[in-house]
Design a protein around this ligand. Sequence first.
Ligand SMILES: Cc1cc2nc3c(=O)[nH]c(=O)nc-3n(C[C@H](O)[C@H](O)[C@H](O)COP(=O)(O)OP(=O)(O)OC[C@H]3O[C@@H](n4cnc5c(N)ncnc54)[C@H](O)[C@@H]3O)c2cc1C
Length: 393
Amino acid sequence: MGAGLAGVTTAWYLAKDGHEVVVIDREPEVAAAASYANTGIIAASRAFPWSGGEVGRALRRSALRLDPEFWLWGTQHILLRTGGSYRRVFDAKVRLVRYSQQLMQEIELNTLRNGVLYLYREAAALEEAWQRAGAMRALGFELERLDAVGVRALEPGIDPARLAGALYAPGDQAGDAALFCRELAARCRALGVNFYLENEVLSIEPLDTRIREVVTRKGRVRGEAFVCALGVMERKLREQLGTHVPVYPVKGFSATLPLVRADAAPQHAMIDESRRVALAPLGGELRVTGGAEFAGYEKSHEPQDFAPLYDTVKQLFPGAVDYARARVRACQRPMTPETTPRFGTGKYQNLWFNIGLGHMGFAMAAGAGRITADLVSGRTPAINLEGLRIRRH
Ligand SMILES: Cc1cc2nc3c(=O)[nH]c(=O)nc-3n(C[C@H](O)[C@H](O)[C@H](O)COP(=O)(O)OP(=O)(O)OC[C@H]3O[C@@H](n4cnc5c(N)ncnc54)[C@H](O)[C@@H]3O)c2cc1C
């Protein structure tokens, strides 16, 4: 259930294992929700849990939300920050991202492999990031510190006056996550996987400790094993799963802008860390994303939501893109309080979860899919799942 990054990668590994697989999604095409217009940065060297600062700012902006689910999520996140489990979460995230990176090499789909830049506008912030990156360098991730001139050497179109410098991760990648899903779905189809699209899952039908079938808009679907990869899903459906799924939507904004001057445009994917805006050159266009809001389940957007994104591009790469022809949307990251996904079974023995890919779904998808397929097949996954299992109640 679910044809985003989580669902399609799971289907791929299940099909390769020889299972008969059906993928159900309510949208007419795969990767139509969170996996559609993300920046597609595989930021392996930046696999930190979301910082207190990032979530704190978003929580403060949303402080008036009268939503108990939101407050439970927020409290759990704050406890993580203060309760000493940060290191455990960090280790789990790095384990998964590194495993995914390795699997992505084997999948061999098209990604931009010239590294990723993490830009800083203030010297103090750059220094702090460099210190923090020590933890990643100690684990073998390659990260270089560049001053503004060094950034300009990699990015001839950038305005260096805006920058203190950057961290450059030559091993990080970027790609079009939706294209990746579509191409992987085509490979799945070639292995006999059926995609039941435009077909909403309405309810699940348990019998004792197992799921017997799911009820969809177009009929009932029976199966021996079910995988819940529904990303941000409706409360009504979540309540039937028999297990607390600690996912809350964190809304972001995405604009895809046609290039008008290729020589003025970015050559690398990058994150302007001072503005929390991410940029990726994808197939002759520039994808720019940003924003982290707790807006509940609504996905509306206003022109002003994109102003910080456009300002960042205008400042860093003046004259590179055509703002009048932007394609815009808001999307929801399926985020757990720890910002790590959850795998395994809960109340029902044949309902596996692959849920909560959060802000790093592309970076974690291959590992998440392989782990889920291993669990369904009764195999022990290649990495330790400590900190990545769904709770059973
Ligand atoms: C602005 C933004 C930028 C991002 N940038 C990056 C990035 O640079 N790098 C990175 O690694 N990650 C990034 N992410 C995160 C990444 O996009 C997500 O982690 C990932 O897409 C989640 O994949 P998923 O398969 O879990 O969820 P989704 O892609 O949302 O898939 C869930 C699927 O379930 C379907 N569904 C839900 N309910 C039902 C139902 N009842 N019946 C049938 N179908 C249903 C939906 O239609 C959807 O297709 C970004 C996210 C956002 C919002």
